[in-house]
Design a protein around this ligand. Structure first.
Ligand code: GDP
Length: 461
């Protein structure tokens, strides 16, 4: 693909900061840089730039000096976009950066579209599509685990996995086509049994990837967590203590100001979105009824329920109500106030704990049990230290939808083989699966789709 124009954008974001980096990429990047740059204290003109060197100097618009900068040229293909690229490290004032950008446009560059630098890296074959998408995930990652996963995708492990699967599929297609072409030498006898086994294996690998999506979403956005318990058990104290560890962002959901507060919390590198609700109980007051209804709705949609019990007083009817509500969901039972003499023990609640949820003794007074809580959550959602295991997670909706379609195609292969349909039927569905998987990594993909993906990027990246 030949790209003829030169693009420029602020890579660090249009906001006041210590340094702002303006990136120029394309065939004229070096020429433009030479036109506007004067090197060193003597402000010398340069007619050529040596790649991967740092130059100190000034930006000039004619006779007017705009800024004192550091300039770094990257000659193609050893640059982010694989094109000639120049980075200008300017002072990070919004006005300064705007004026330099205007100057670059005057010199023939075009302001880059969002994501266009990364798109060029892809179009120039430097990175595959899933890597390009994970660049964006890296930029957007809100917590360490999500960042680890994006970095893993960025280094191409999704690409590797998809490539392996495509190779297996291509092998089958090639075999069928060859056999149909040359039946005298290549026999298809017994092949339906073979393809059955192989498609089962491919399906199970595809399912592993699609199943990881929910965890991937949780990892990226946070575990939707609802704290339930009757009044005075310590729900607010738990929220305060969790948000006290790390900075919490409190947002009030519009229209529910009275009853639901949402807090984003980082707990040992895990993102939780904690909803502080009115609680689930029999309400008489009409306003309270609405609050309880909303709490119930939230709890129904939650990824995790933290059910808090006050272990210093006997169980109440409300506790028993909540026990039956949480059955069959994901929950952790917290026996709070472990610093006080205990009236309710783990054995006492075991008859109500029909789904065998983990039970943790905690005290918000002295912090006991909180570490165990984060460990248990980790265990429940990521089977241990996800940051350290090799499981690759799908976090991108587009990838998920393509994988699901590939699953359908391979299921067709399986049923065609079971029903003894002619081999060319198998081949058509295998080819579909091959193309669909190819679209994840940007092979055989329509330009429109590429544009759509890259327009999600921020400008300058
Ligand atoms: P909520 O109504 O469920 O939100 O409960 P709060 O968080 O407001 O706590 C109710 C009362 O219990 C407060 O006076 C807290 O100080 C107290 N409390 C909370 N956790 C503990 C604990 O672990 N130990 C003791 N002794 N008191 C606690």
């Amino acid at each position: 693909m030949f790209i003829s124009d030169t693009i420029a954008a602020v890579a660090t974001g249009m906001q006041a900061s210590g340094i702002g980096i303006i990136r120029i990429s394309g065939p004229d990047a070096f020429a433009i840089a030479c036109n506007i740059f004067r090197a060193g204290v003597n402000k010398r003109r340069l007619d050529k730039l040596i790649s991967h060197h740092v130059y100190y100097g000034f930006i000039f618009d004619g006779e007017i000096m705009l800024d004192e900068i550091l300039l770094v040229p990257f000659q193609a293909p050893k640059s982010y976009t694989a094109e000639d690229t120049v980075e200008l490290n300017c002072h990070g004032g919004v006005l300064v950066m705007k004026r330099i950008l205007q100057l670059l446009v005057k010199q023939g560059a075009r302001i880059a579209e969002p994501g266009e630098f990364t798109k060029r890296a892809f179009l120039n074959g430097r990175i595959d599509l899933s890597e390009a998408e994970s660049v964006m995930d890296v930029i957007e990652s809100k917590n360490q685990l999500a960042l680890d996963n994006s970095l893993k995708q960025l280094t191409g492990s999704l690409y590797e996995k998809i490539r392996e699967l495509r190779e297996e599929i291509l092998n089958e297609i090639a075999f069928i086509e060859a056999a149909l072409d040359d039946p005298e030498h290549i026999s298809l006898e017994g092949y339906p049994e073979q393809i059955l086994t192989r498609s089962e294996k491919i399906l199970s690998e595809l399912h592993r990837l699609t199943d990881s999506f929910n965890n991937g979403r949780i990892l990226k956005e946070g575990i939707k967590t609802v704290i339930l318990g009757r009044p005075n058990v310590g729900k607010s104290s738990l929220l305060n203590s969790l948000s006290g560890n790390e900075k919490a962002i409190v947002t009030e959901i519009p229209g529910t100001t009275r009853d639901i507060i949402e807090e984003h919390i980082l707990l040992d590198g895990l993102s939780l979105i904690v909803y502080d609700t009115a609680g689930i109980r029999k309400a008489t007051d009409p306003v309270e009824k609405i609050g309880v209804g909303r709490a119930r709705d939230h709890a129904m949609q939650a990824d995790l329920i933290l059910f808090m019990i006050d272990s210093s007083v006997p169980l109440s009817d409300n506790d028993r109500e909540i026990f039956s509500f949480i059955e069959g969901r994901k929950a952790i039972i917290l026996l709070n106030k472990s610093d006080l003499p205990s009236v309710v023990s783990e054995e006492d609640i075991s008859i109500h704990n029909k789904s065998s949820f983990p039970v943790i003794s905690v005290s918000l007074m002295n912090g006991e049990g909180l570490k165990k809580l984060s460990g248990t959550i980790r265990e429940m959602f990521f089977s241990g230290e996800i940051g350290f295991n090799d499981e690759l997670m799908i976090t991108n909706e587009r990838h998920l939808s393509l994988l699901n379609r590939a699953v359908t195609s391979v299921e067709h292969v399986r049923s065609s083989a079971e029903n003894g349909l002619p081999e060319d039927f198998l081949s058509i569905d295998l080819m579909d699966a091959y193309d669909l998987l190819g679209m994840i990594i940007g092979e055989k993909i329509e330009d429109d789709l590429v544009d759509m993906i890259f327009s999600r990027f921020c400008v300058g990246k």
